[in-house]
Design a protein around this ligand. Structure first.
Ligand code: FES
Length: 145
């Protein structure tokens, strides 16, 4: 498999890798089809993502896309973070092999789930689109395609 320089850079030295103890939001997604699992941890102040870390057990692209997602949303408001798309992730990496595009979705899903968890924990009314995305993520948990 041929990866772009940017993918390999993030894979070899991932940004924001690790765990946050007592996170304000935790997103966990897994792809049973390929055995990958991804955790995103958030610390939120006001409505700004002050800190974000990830742990990904998976393929090269899953690690690189997780790393890029954390870069793209760190310091952003929750609203801005929710506007980050899979295409933004791919653009930041230059290119992803077509067979690995679903890995970028996994990273975006983990972020959505972490924000969902933050809303839930804090008794904040969950916006309809976040609730909808959450339901879709749960539904496709068994097969990420
Ligand atoms: S192959 Fe499963 S997320 Fe990359």
């Amino acid at each position: 498999m041929i990866y772009s320089k940017e993918v390999l850079k993030h894979f070899k030295s991932p940004h924001n890798y690790g765990k946050i103890e007592n996170p304000d939001g935790l997103g966990v997604v897994g792809n049973m089809a390929c055995g990958d699992e991804m955790f995103i941890y958030l610390k939120i102040k006001g409505d700004v993502i002050k800190s974000i870390k990830f742990e990904t057990f998976g393929c090269v692209a899953a690690i690189a896309t997780s790393s890029v997602v954390t870069d793209l949303v760190k310091g952003k408001t929750i609203k801005e973070a929710l506007e980050v798309t899979k295409q933004d992730v791919i653009n930041a990496l230059g290119v992803l092999p077509p067979i690995k595009i679903h890995c970028s979705v996994l990273a975006i899903d983990a972020l959505n789930e972490a924000i969902y968890n933050y809303y839930e924990k804090n008794g904040i009314i969950i916006p309809k689109e976040i609730e909808e995305k959450h339901k879709q993520i749960i539904k496709r948990k068994s097969c990420h395609s």
